[in-house]
Design a protein around this ligand. Structure first.
Ligand code: SF4
Length: 305
C-alpha cells in the first residue's frame, strides 16, 4: 500500500468515524520493511506495532523466509533496534509474537527474550486441527514446553515482562475478562475486511480448509449487520455455548473454553470437538492453577472451602 497511502487512509477513516467511535490502529508485521520513515509516520498517528519473531536466528530463519528463500532474522532485529531507540518507541511498540516450537529449548527462548529486552513476548500455538495435526517436534509436548516457559516467567516475577497468553489464563482463573479469542471460549466478535472488500472471519480459520472464510459478503454489497445473520458467524459468536459435550463437562472449561476455535476443527465433525491441543492446554492450565494456589496458600491468602 505504501506509507503515504496508508497514512492518508488512516486519516480519512479517523475523520469519518471518530465522532462516533474512538478507533485504535495497530499493525502486526514481519518487520522486514520497517525503517525510520515508517516508524515516524506510524508514531505520528499513534499506530501500535507488533513484530513476529520466532526466537534465536536458527529457529526464526527456519520458519520465516522471504521470496528469495533468505531468513529475515537480521531485518527483524534491525526493526526492533529502530523501534526501541525511537523517542515514541515505547508507546507504539511493546510486544513480539512467537509461534511455539517445542524443538527450541524453553530456557534458550527465555534467555533470547531477555537479550532483546522487549517488554512483551506473546506465544501462539501453531495452527493445526484434528484433520491437520500439529507437527511433533523435539522431546517435549507443546504443553510441557509452555509449562517450562511459564515457570521461567513466573519465577522471574517482573511485572514489566508480559506474556499475554499466560496473563489471559491467570485473568480467567481469577474471573476477569480477557480481550483475545485464542483461549477461553469467549464469543468471537472480530471480523476482517480484506483488501478487496470481502468481509470474512479471522484469518486463523483459513488453516481449516481452503475457502472457509469466503462468506460471499463484502463492504460493496453488504452492511455489517448482514454478517451476524450468517450461520458460520453465529457459530463462533456464541462462544462456549457451541462447545462439545466433553469440553462442557471439563473441569477447566472456564479457563480453556475448548482453546482456539480453528484448532477444534475436524473435517468429519466440524468444530464440535475439544481442541487438538486439549492435553497441552490441560497440562498448562492445571499447572498454572497449581502454582497460583501454592503462592496464595503461602501468602495466607487462600481460604479452604
Ligand atoms: S482442556 Fe480439552 S476438554 Fe477441557 S475445555 Fe479444553 S479442549 Fe475442552
Amino acid at each position: 500500500m505504501g506509507r503515504v497511502r496508508l497514512i492518508d487512509w488512516i486519516e480519512r477513516v479517523r475523520s469519518i468515524i471518530r465522532p462516533a467511535v474512538d478507533i485504535r490502529f495497530s499493525i502486526q508485521s514481519n518487520g522486514i520493511l520497517i525503517d525510520e520513515d515508517w516508524i515516524d509516520a506510524l508514531a505520528a498517528q499513534g499506530v501500535r506495532i507488533g513484530l513476529s519473531l520466532d526466537g534465536p536466528r536458527r529457529f526464526h530463519d527456519a520458519h520465516r523466509l522471504d521470496h528469495k528463500g533468505l531468513g529475515s532474522f537480521d531485518r527483524v532485529m534491525d526493526a526492533i533496534g529502530l523501534l526501541r531507540s525511537h523517542p515514541r518507541g515505547p508507546e507504539i511498540f511493546s510486544t513480539v509474537m512467537a509461534v511455539v516450537d517445542p524443538s527450541v529449548d524453553p530456557s534458550e527462548m527465555f534467555d533470547f527474550w531477555q537479550e532483546i529486552d522487549v517488554p512483551g513476548f506473546d506465544l501462539s500455538l501453531p495452527h493445526a486441527n484434528w484433520s491437520s495435526p500439529p507437527p511433533v517436534k523435539g522431546d517435549r509436548s507443546y504443553g510441557a514446553w509452555m509449562v517450562e516457559f511459564f515457570d521461567l516467567w513466573f519465577d522471574q516475577n517482573r511485572p514489566d515482562r508480559s506474556v499475554r497468553y499466560f496473563e489471559n489464563i491467570l485473568r480467567m482463573i481469577f474471573g476477569f475478562p480477557i480481550s483475545t479469542d485464542n483461549i477461553g471460549g469467549r464469543p468471537v466478535d472480530v471480523i476482517v475486511v480484506e483488501t478487496d472488500g470481502s468481509i470474512e472471519p479471522t484469518d486463523a480459520f483459513k488453516s481449516c480448509f481452503d475457502g472457509i472464510t469466503k462468506l460471499g459478503l463484502s463492504v460493496q454489497n453488504n452492511a455489517f449487520d448482514d454478517v451476524s445473520a450468517n450461520p458460520f458467524v453465529r457459530d463462533f459468536q456464541v462462544g462456549a455455548k457451541a462447545l462439545c459435550r466433553r469440553c462442557k463437562r471439563c473441569d477447566i472449561v472456564n479457563e480453556c473454553g475448548g482453546g482456539y476455535m480453528p484448532h477444534r476443527y475436524d473435517e468429519a465433525t466440524g468444530f464440535a470437538n475439544p481442541s487438538v491441543y486439549c492435553s497441552d492446554l490441560m497440562l498448562l492450565i492445571n499447572h498454572i492453577r497449581g502454582r497460583v494456589c501454592r503462592v496464595l496458600q503461602h501468602e495466607g491468602l487462600m481460604v479452604e472451602a
